[in-house]
Ligand binder design. Sequence first.
Ligand code: TPP
Ligand code: MG
Length: 332
Amino acid sequence: MKEITQEVYLKWYEDMLFWRKFEDKLAAVYIQQKVRGFLHLYNGQEAVLAGSLHAMELGKDRMITAYRNHVQPIGMGVDPRKVMAELYGKVTGTSKGMGGSMHIFSKEHGFFGGHGIVGGQIPLGAGMAFADKYFKRDAVTLCYMGDGAVRQGSLHETFNLAMLWQLPVVFICENNGYAMGTSVERTAHTTDIYKLGLGYEMPCGAVDGMDPAVVAQEVYTAVERARSGGGPTFLEMKTYRYRGHSMSDAQHYRTKEEVEEYKKIDPITQVKEHLLENGFATKDEIKEIDRRVKSFVSECEKFAEESDYPPVEQLYNTVYEQQDYPFLPHKL
Ligand SMILES: Cc1ncc(C[n+]2csc(CCOP(=O)(O)OP(=O)(O)O)c2C)c(N)n1
Ligand SMILES: [Mg+2]
Protein backbone atom coordinates (compact mmCIF):
# COMPACT_ATOMS: atom_id res chain seq x y z
CA MET A 1 0.00 0.00 0.00
CA LYS A 2 1.07 3.60 -0.56
CA GLU A 3 2.77 4.70 2.65
CA ILE A 4 0.66 6.65 5.14
CA THR A 5 2.85 9.73 5.32
CA GLN A 6 2.52 13.16 6.92
CA GLU A 7 0.93 14.39 3.66
CA VAL A 8 -1.68 11.62 3.82
CA TYR A 9 -2.63 12.54 7.38
CA LEU A 10 -2.85 16.21 6.40
CA LYS A 11 -5.06 15.31 3.44
CA TRP A 12 -7.25 13.10 5.62
CA TYR A 13 -7.73 15.92 8.09
CA GLU A 14 -8.63 18.48 5.45
CA ASP A 15 -10.85 16.11 3.43
CA MET A 16 -12.76 14.73 6.42
CA LEU A 17 -13.24 18.19 7.91
CA PHE A 18 -14.47 19.47 4.57
CA TRP A 19 -16.97 16.60 4.24
CA ARG A 20 -18.22 17.22 7.80
CA LYS A 21 -18.61 20.99 7.32
CA PHE A 22 -20.11 20.54 3.86
CA GLU A 23 -22.82 18.38 5.38
CA ASP A 24 -23.29 20.70 8.37
CA LYS A 25 -23.99 23.41 5.81
CA LEU A 26 -26.48 21.11 4.06
CA ALA A 27 -28.29 20.58 7.37
CA ALA A 28 -28.49 24.35 7.87
CA VAL A 29 -29.85 25.11 4.40
CA TYR A 30 -32.25 22.15 4.66
CA ILE A 31 -33.85 23.78 7.69
CA GLN A 32 -34.26 26.92 5.56
CA GLN A 33 -36.01 24.70 2.96
CA LYS A 34 -33.44 25.49 0.30
CA VAL A 35 -32.68 21.77 0.02
CA ARG A 36 -35.79 19.61 0.00
CA GLY A 37 -36.78 15.97 0.04
CA PHE A 38 -34.77 13.53 2.13
CA LEU A 39 -31.33 14.32 3.51
CA HIS A 40 -29.18 11.57 5.08
CA LEU A 41 -25.89 12.79 6.50
CA TYR A 42 -22.60 10.90 6.88
CA ASN A 43 -21.24 12.77 9.96
CA GLY A 44 -19.18 10.36 12.05
CA GLN A 45 -18.53 7.80 9.31
CA GLU A 46 -15.86 9.80 7.41
CA ALA A 47 -12.91 7.52 8.26
CA VAL A 48 -14.47 4.69 6.23
CA LEU A 49 -14.37 6.84 3.12
CA ALA A 50 -10.97 8.46 3.78
CA GLY A 51 -9.28 5.09 4.40
CA SER A 52 -10.98 3.45 1.41
CA LEU A 53 -9.89 6.20 -0.98
CA HIS A 54 -6.28 5.70 0.08
CA ALA A 55 -6.53 1.99 -0.78
CA MET A 56 -8.18 2.47 -4.20
CA GLU A 57 -6.77 3.50 -7.54
CA LEU A 58 -8.68 6.66 -8.36
CA GLY A 59 -9.47 7.02 -12.05
CA LYS A 60 -9.71 3.25 -12.39
CA ASP A 61 -11.65 1.71 -9.49
CA ARG A 62 -15.35 2.24 -8.89
CA MET A 63 -17.64 2.98 -5.99
CA ILE A 64 -21.34 2.43 -5.38
CA THR A 65 -23.29 3.12 -2.18
CA ALA A 66 -26.72 3.82 -0.70
CA TYR A 67 -28.43 7.18 -0.11
CA ARG A 68 -25.86 8.54 2.42
CA ASN A 69 -23.89 9.61 -0.61
CA HIS A 70 -22.91 13.28 -0.73
CA VAL A 71 -19.25 13.13 0.21
CA GLN A 72 -18.13 9.93 -1.57
CA PRO A 73 -18.26 11.52 -5.05
CA ILE A 74 -16.37 14.53 -3.70
CA GLY A 75 -13.66 12.14 -2.44
CA MET A 76 -13.52 10.59 -5.89
CA GLY A 77 -12.91 13.94 -7.54
CA VAL A 78 -16.34 15.37 -8.35
CA ASP A 79 -16.51 19.17 -7.94
CA PRO A 80 -18.18 19.79 -4.53
CA ARG A 81 -19.90 22.89 -5.90
CA LYS A 82 -21.76 20.66 -8.37
CA VAL A 83 -22.76 18.28 -5.57
CA MET A 84 -24.15 21.17 -3.52
CA ALA A 85 -25.97 22.51 -6.60
CA GLU A 86 -27.52 19.07 -7.18
CA LEU A 87 -28.89 19.12 -3.65
CA TYR A 88 -30.38 22.55 -4.31
CA GLY A 89 -32.03 21.12 -7.44
CA LYS A 90 -30.09 23.52 -9.66
CA VAL A 91 -29.19 23.00 -13.31
CA THR A 92 -25.44 23.16 -12.54
CA GLY A 93 -25.72 20.02 -10.37
CA THR A 94 -24.18 16.63 -11.11
CA SER A 95 -27.46 15.42 -12.66
CA LYS A 96 -28.66 18.84 -13.84
CA GLY A 97 -30.69 19.14 -10.63
CA MET A 98 -32.88 16.16 -11.53
CA GLY A 99 -31.44 13.64 -9.06
CA GLY A 100 -31.17 15.39 -5.70
CA SER A 101 -29.74 14.15 -2.44
CA MET A 102 -30.00 10.38 -2.83
CA HIS A 103 -28.82 10.18 -6.42
CA ILE A 104 -25.42 11.77 -6.86
CA PHE A 105 -23.72 10.10 -9.83
CA SER A 106 -20.60 10.57 -11.94
CA LYS A 107 -19.64 7.86 -14.40
CA GLU A 108 -16.61 9.94 -15.34
CA HIS A 109 -15.28 9.70 -11.78
CA GLY A 110 -16.29 6.07 -11.24
CA PHE A 111 -19.06 6.93 -8.78
CA PHE A 112 -22.22 4.97 -9.54
CA GLY A 113 -24.67 6.44 -6.97
CA GLY A 114 -26.64 7.04 -4.85
CA HIS A 115 -29.42 4.34 -4.31
CA GLY A 116 -32.57 4.79 -2.24
CA ILE A 117 -33.78 1.19 -2.27
CA VAL A 118 -32.10 -0.39 0.74
CA GLY A 119 -29.65 -3.01 -0.54
CA GLY A 120 -30.44 -2.22 -4.19
CA GLN A 121 -26.80 -1.38 -4.83
CA ILE A 122 -25.51 -4.79 -3.68
CA PRO A 123 -26.35 -6.76 -6.84
CA LEU A 124 -25.56 -3.67 -8.96
CA GLY A 125 -22.05 -3.52 -7.46
CA ALA A 126 -21.48 -7.17 -8.31
CA GLY A 127 -22.79 -6.49 -11.81
CA MET A 128 -20.27 -3.68 -12.27
CA ALA A 129 -17.50 -6.05 -11.17
CA PHE A 130 -18.83 -8.72 -13.53
CA ALA A 131 -18.61 -6.27 -16.45
CA ASP A 132 -15.02 -5.35 -15.53
CA LYS A 133 -14.02 -9.00 -15.37
CA TYR A 134 -15.86 -9.82 -18.61
CA PHE A 135 -14.22 -6.96 -20.51
CA LYS A 136 -10.84 -7.68 -18.84
CA ARG A 137 -10.63 -4.19 -17.31
CA ASP A 138 -8.28 -3.98 -14.37
CA ALA A 139 -10.82 -2.26 -12.08
CA VAL A 140 -12.15 -3.13 -8.62
CA THR A 141 -15.61 -2.13 -7.38
CA LEU A 142 -16.14 -1.03 -3.79
CA CYS A 143 -19.76 -1.68 -2.88
CA TYR A 144 -21.02 -0.09 0.38
CA MET A 145 -24.17 -0.90 2.34
CA GLY A 146 -25.64 -0.30 5.78
CA ASP A 147 -26.22 -2.75 8.62
CA GLY A 148 -29.92 -2.74 7.66
CA ALA A 149 -29.19 -3.54 4.02
CA VAL A 150 -27.37 -6.79 4.81
CA ARG A 151 -30.73 -8.31 5.79
CA GLN A 152 -31.97 -8.09 2.20
CA GLY A 153 -32.21 -11.45 0.45
CA SER A 154 -30.39 -10.09 -2.59
CA LEU A 155 -27.18 -9.95 -0.50
CA HIS A 156 -27.17 -13.75 -0.40
CA GLU A 157 -27.83 -14.18 -4.10
CA THR A 158 -25.06 -11.67 -4.79
CA PHE A 159 -22.54 -13.23 -2.40
CA ASN A 160 -23.10 -16.64 -3.95
CA LEU A 161 -22.53 -15.48 -7.52
CA ALA A 162 -19.70 -13.12 -6.59
CA MET A 163 -17.82 -16.06 -5.06
CA LEU A 164 -18.76 -18.49 -7.82
CA TRP A 165 -17.50 -16.11 -10.48
CA GLN A 166 -14.67 -14.67 -8.31
CA LEU A 167 -15.70 -11.11 -9.09
CA PRO A 168 -13.35 -8.17 -8.40
CA VAL A 169 -15.56 -6.57 -5.76
CA VAL A 170 -15.16 -5.53 -2.12
CA PHE A 171 -18.40 -5.48 -0.14
CA ILE A 172 -18.23 -3.02 2.75
CA CYS A 173 -20.92 -2.89 5.42
CA GLU A 174 -20.88 0.41 7.31
CA ASN A 175 -22.28 -0.82 10.60
CA ASN A 176 -23.36 2.40 12.33
CA GLY A 177 -25.49 0.46 14.80
CA TYR A 178 -28.90 1.47 13.46
CA ALA A 179 -31.19 1.01 10.49
CA MET A 180 -33.34 4.14 10.82
CA GLY A 181 -34.28 3.82 14.52
CA THR A 182 -33.79 0.08 14.85
CA SER A 183 -30.60 -1.22 16.42
CA VAL A 184 -28.71 -4.21 15.05
CA GLU A 185 -29.40 -6.05 18.33
CA ARG A 186 -33.17 -5.75 17.86
CA THR A 187 -33.21 -7.26 14.39
CA ALA A 188 -30.36 -9.73 14.12
CA HIS A 189 -29.37 -12.99 15.76
CA THR A 190 -25.87 -12.66 14.29
CA THR A 191 -24.71 -9.23 15.38
CA ASP A 192 -21.16 -9.84 14.03
CA ILE A 193 -22.25 -8.85 10.55
CA TYR A 194 -18.97 -9.84 8.87
CA LYS A 195 -19.82 -13.48 9.63
CA LEU A 196 -22.40 -13.39 6.84
CA GLY A 197 -19.43 -13.93 4.54
CA LEU A 198 -18.54 -17.24 6.17
CA GLY A 199 -21.49 -19.10 4.62
CA TYR A 200 -20.01 -18.37 1.20
CA GLU A 201 -16.35 -18.92 2.21
CA MET A 202 -15.83 -15.26 1.36
CA PRO A 203 -12.81 -13.71 3.13
CA CYS A 204 -14.34 -11.43 5.76
CA GLY A 205 -13.63 -9.52 8.96
CA ALA A 206 -14.52 -6.65 11.26
CA VAL A 207 -12.60 -3.36 11.07
CA ASP A 208 -12.29 -0.28 13.32
CA GLY A 209 -14.16 2.14 11.06
CA MET A 210 -13.25 5.22 13.12
CA ASP A 211 -9.54 5.14 12.18
CA PRO A 212 -8.70 5.83 8.51
CA ALA A 213 -5.27 4.16 8.81
CA VAL A 214 -6.84 0.86 9.91
CA VAL A 215 -9.54 1.13 7.23
CA ALA A 216 -6.92 1.85 4.53
CA GLN A 217 -4.89 -1.24 5.41
CA GLU A 218 -7.86 -3.63 5.44
CA VAL A 219 -9.47 -2.22 2.30
CA TYR A 220 -6.11 -2.33 0.50
CA THR A 221 -5.69 -6.03 1.27
CA ALA A 222 -9.20 -6.67 -0.08
CA VAL A 223 -8.74 -4.48 -3.18
CA GLU A 224 -5.47 -6.18 -4.06
CA ARG A 225 -7.05 -9.61 -3.57
CA ALA A 226 -9.80 -8.61 -6.00
CA ARG A 227 -7.38 -7.07 -8.50
CA SER A 228 -5.15 -10.13 -8.58
CA GLY A 229 -8.05 -12.49 -9.32
CA GLY A 230 -8.63 -13.61 -5.74
CA GLY A 231 -12.33 -12.66 -5.73
CA PRO A 232 -14.50 -10.75 -3.28
CA THR A 233 -14.08 -9.77 0.37
CA PHE A 234 -16.69 -8.70 2.93
CA LEU A 235 -15.62 -6.10 5.50
CA GLU A 236 -17.72 -4.86 8.40
CA MET A 237 -16.72 -1.32 9.38
CA LYS A 238 -17.63 -0.56 12.99
CA THR A 239 -18.70 3.05 12.80
CA TYR A 240 -21.33 5.51 14.06
CA ARG A 241 -23.47 8.33 12.75
CA TYR A 242 -23.89 11.38 14.96
CA ARG A 243 -26.96 12.77 13.29
CA GLY A 244 -30.32 11.11 12.94
CA HIS A 245 -31.12 8.70 10.13
CA SER A 246 -32.40 11.64 8.10
CA MET A 247 -33.26 15.21 9.00
CA SER A 248 -36.72 14.21 10.26
CA ASP A 249 -35.46 11.77 12.92
CA ALA A 250 -36.27 12.68 16.55
CA GLN A 251 -33.74 10.05 17.75
CA HIS A 252 -35.80 8.60 20.60
CA TYR A 253 -34.05 5.24 20.16
CA ARG A 254 -30.71 6.32 21.66
CA THR A 255 -29.37 8.53 24.41
CA LYS A 256 -27.34 11.73 24.10
CA GLU A 257 -24.70 10.02 26.27
CA GLU A 258 -24.26 7.26 23.70
CA VAL A 259 -23.62 9.82 20.95
CA GLU A 260 -21.14 11.68 23.19
CA GLU A 261 -19.24 8.42 23.88
CA TYR A 262 -18.66 7.94 20.16
CA LYS A 263 -17.57 11.55 19.72
CA LYS A 264 -14.61 10.68 21.97
CA ILE A 265 -13.28 8.49 19.15
CA ASP A 266 -14.27 10.88 16.40
CA PRO A 267 -12.15 10.21 13.29
CA ILE A 268 -11.37 13.88 12.63
CA THR A 269 -10.25 14.47 16.22
CA GLN A 270 -8.14 11.31 16.09
CA VAL A 271 -6.36 12.45 12.94
CA LYS A 272 -5.90 15.98 14.32
CA GLU A 273 -4.30 14.57 17.48
CA HIS A 274 -2.03 12.37 15.35
CA LEU A 275 -0.92 15.46 13.39
CA LEU A 276 -0.16 17.46 16.54
CA GLU A 277 1.49 14.63 18.53
CA ASN A 278 3.82 13.70 15.67
CA GLY A 279 4.76 17.29 14.87
CA PHE A 280 3.13 16.89 11.43
CA ALA A 281 1.28 20.18 11.89
CA THR A 282 1.29 23.09 14.33
CA LYS A 283 -1.85 24.51 15.91
CA ASP A 284 -1.57 27.47 13.54
CA GLU A 285 -1.34 25.21 10.51
CA ILE A 286 -4.47 23.38 11.67
CA LYS A 287 -6.22 26.74 12.04
CA GLU A 288 -5.21 27.60 8.48
CA ILE A 289 -6.75 24.34 7.19
CA ASP A 290 -9.93 25.04 9.19
CA ARG A 291 -10.13 28.49 7.62
CA ARG A 292 -9.62 27.10 4.11
CA VAL A 293 -12.34 24.49 4.64
CA LYS A 294 -14.82 27.07 5.89
CA SER A 295 -14.20 29.34 2.95
CA PHE A 296 -14.56 26.51 0.39
CA VAL A 297 -17.87 25.41 1.94
CA SER A 298 -19.12 29.01 1.58
CA GLU A 299 -17.97 29.02 -2.04
CA CYS A 300 -20.03 25.85 -2.69
CA GLU A 301 -23.08 27.41 -1.05
CA LYS A 302 -22.70 30.60 -3.11
CA PHE A 303 -22.35 28.60 -6.34
CA ALA A 304 -25.52 26.63 -5.59
CA GLU A 305 -27.46 29.71 -4.49
CA GLU A 306 -26.53 31.68 -7.60
CA SER A 307 -27.21 28.85 -10.07
CA ASP A 308 -30.50 28.62 -11.95
CA TYR A 309 -33.21 26.01 -11.58
CA PRO A 310 -33.52 23.73 -14.60
CA PRO A 311 -35.75 25.03 -17.39
CA VAL A 312 -39.21 23.49 -17.45
CA GLU A 313 -38.47 21.82 -20.82
CA GLN A 314 -35.90 19.64 -19.03
CA LEU A 315 -38.67 17.96 -17.03
CA TYR A 316 -39.32 15.16 -19.53
CA ASN A 317 -35.78 14.76 -20.91
CA THR A 318 -34.90 11.84 -18.67
CA VAL A 319 -38.28 10.11 -18.73
CA TYR A 320 -38.74 7.06 -20.94
CA GLU A 321 -41.14 7.84 -23.68
CA GLN A 322 -42.70 5.60 -26.29
CA GLN A 323 -42.70 7.65 -29.46
CA ASP A 324 -46.16 6.53 -30.63
CA TYR A 325 -47.88 6.91 -27.23
CA PRO A 326 -49.98 10.06 -27.55
CA PHE A 327 -51.29 10.60 -24.01
CA LEU A 328 -48.28 12.20 -22.29
CA PRO A 329 -49.36 15.40 -20.49
CA HIS A 330 -46.86 17.64 -22.30
CA LYS A 331 -48.24 16.46 -25.65
CA LEU A 332 -51.86 17.09 -24.84
C1 TPP B 1 -36.35 -1.84 0.18
C2 TPP B 1 -36.49 -0.73 1.17
N1 TPP B 1 -37.08 -0.98 2.37
C3 TPP B 1 -37.22 0.01 3.27
C4 TPP B 1 -36.77 1.27 3.00
C5 TPP B 1 -36.89 2.37 4.05
N2 TPP B 1 -35.56 2.60 4.64
C6 TPP B 1 -34.79 3.62 4.21
S1 TPP B 1 -33.32 3.65 4.99
C7 TPP B 1 -33.69 2.31 5.93
C8 TPP B 1 -32.71 1.79 6.94
C9 TPP B 1 -31.42 1.32 6.36
O1 TPP B 1 -30.43 1.26 7.36
P1 TPP B 1 -28.91 0.91 7.08
O2 TPP B 1 -28.83 -0.08 5.96
O3 TPP B 1 -28.30 0.51 8.37
O4 TPP B 1 -28.25 2.24 6.53
P2 TPP B 1 -27.93 3.62 7.29
O5 TPP B 1 -29.14 4.48 7.12
O6 TPP B 1 -27.63 3.32 8.70
O7 TPP B 1 -26.76 4.22 6.57
C10 TPP B 1 -34.96 1.84 5.64
C11 TPP B 1 -35.60 0.69 6.27
C12 TPP B 1 -36.16 1.48 1.74
N3 TPP B 1 -35.66 2.69 1.39
N4 TPP B 1 -36.00 0.46 0.86
MG1 MG C 1 -27.13 1.58 9.68
